[in-house]
Design a binder for this molecule. Structure first.
Ligand code: URA
Length: 227
C-alpha cells in the first residue's frame, strides 16, 4: 500500500497548472535568491548559495515520492509504525547547467544513479535537438528527478521528457526540479506533460527577447563555471 505523501511545497496559485509546486516563499529563501541574482556576487558565493537552494529543491523533490508503511523497533524496545521509501530513483541532468545539481542529489541520496542528456538548438530547424544521452539501463523502473536550473522557454525540458518517455519512463514518474522558472516555460511544459510534477524555487516575471529569464540571474552555466 502506498501512503499519500504530503509535500511541504506550496500549492501553486490558481493561474498556474496544478502540477507546479514552489518552495515555501520565505524571507530566508528570498535572501538566497537575492544573492545569486546579484551581478556583483562572486563565483564562490554563487556556488555556495545556489547549492543551498539546490539542496532545498532536491529535498522537496524527494517529498513527492511515494512511501509505504514500515514498522521498526527502536532501541527502547518499542515499535514505531512509520514509513519507508518505495521504489528506486535516479537523477537525469540536462547538460551542462543541470550537472550543477547532481552533487545536491548525491548529498541526500547516497550512490544514486545519474544519467545525462545533452540537448542543443538545431541551427537548421531552430528546434531543440538531442545530441547525447546516457541513462541508467533500468530507467523505466525508476522515479526520475530531472535536473535543470533554469526553465526558460521549456524547449530543452520538453525534449528531455520526450527522450525519457522513449525510454519507457511514465510521465508521472518524472519530477522536474529547477531553480527559476518563467511563466511561459511552465505553461509550455505543463501543457505537454500535465502529469509530470515541476518543483521550482521561484517563478519569475517572464522572458526577454533573447529568451533569458527576467529578472533571472543571467546565464547560470557562465555564472557557475566561468565568472
Ligand atoms: N538559461 C540560463 O542560464 N539563464 C536564463 O535566463 C535562461 C536560460
Amino acid at each position: 500500500m502506498v501512503v499519500q505523501n504530503s509535500p511541504s511545497s506550496q500549492a501553486t496559485p490558481a493561474s498556474l497548472p496544478p502540477s507546479v509546486f514552489t518552495l515555501p516563499q520565505t524571507a530566508q529563501l528570498e535572501a538566497l535568491y537575492t544573492i545569486i541574482r546579484d551581478k556583483e556576487t562572486s563565483r564562490g558565493d554563487f556556488l555556495f548559495y545556489s547549492d543551498r537552494i539546490i539542496r532545498l529543491l532536491v529535498e522537496e523533490g524527494l517529498n513527492h515520492l511515494p512511501v509505504v508503511p514500515k514498522t521498526v523497533v527502536t532501541p527502547t524496545g518499542a515499535t514505531y509504525e512509520g514509513v519507508g521509501f518505495e521504489g528506486k530513483i535516479c537523477g537525469v541532468s540536462i547538460l551542462r547547467a543541470g550537472e550543477a545539481m547532481e552533487a545536491g542529489l548525491r548529498e541526500v541520496c547516497r550512490s544514486v544513479r545519474i544519467g545525462k542528456i545533452l540537448i542543443q538548438r538545431d541551427e537548421e530547424t531552430a528546434q531543440p535537438k538531442l545530441f547525447y544521452s546516457k541513462l541508467p539501463q533500468d530507467i523505466e523502473k525508476r522515479y526520475v528527478l530531472l535536473l535543470d536550473p533554469m526553465l526558460a522557454t521549456g524547449g530543452s525540458a520538453i525534449k528531455a521528457v520526450e527522450v525519457l518517455k522513449e525510454h519507457n519512463v511514465p510521465e508521472d514518474r518524472i519530477i522536474f526540479v529547477n531553480l527559476i522558472a518563467s511563466p511561459e516555460g511552465l505553461k509550455n511544459f505543463c501543457a505537454k506533460f500535465p502529469q509530470t510534477r515541476v518543483i521550482t524555487g521561484w517563478i519569475d516575471q517572464g522572458l526577454n527577447e533573447k529568451a533569458y529569464i527576467i529578472p533571472g540571474l543571467g546565464d547560470f552555466g557562465e555564472r557557475r563555471y566561468c565568472s
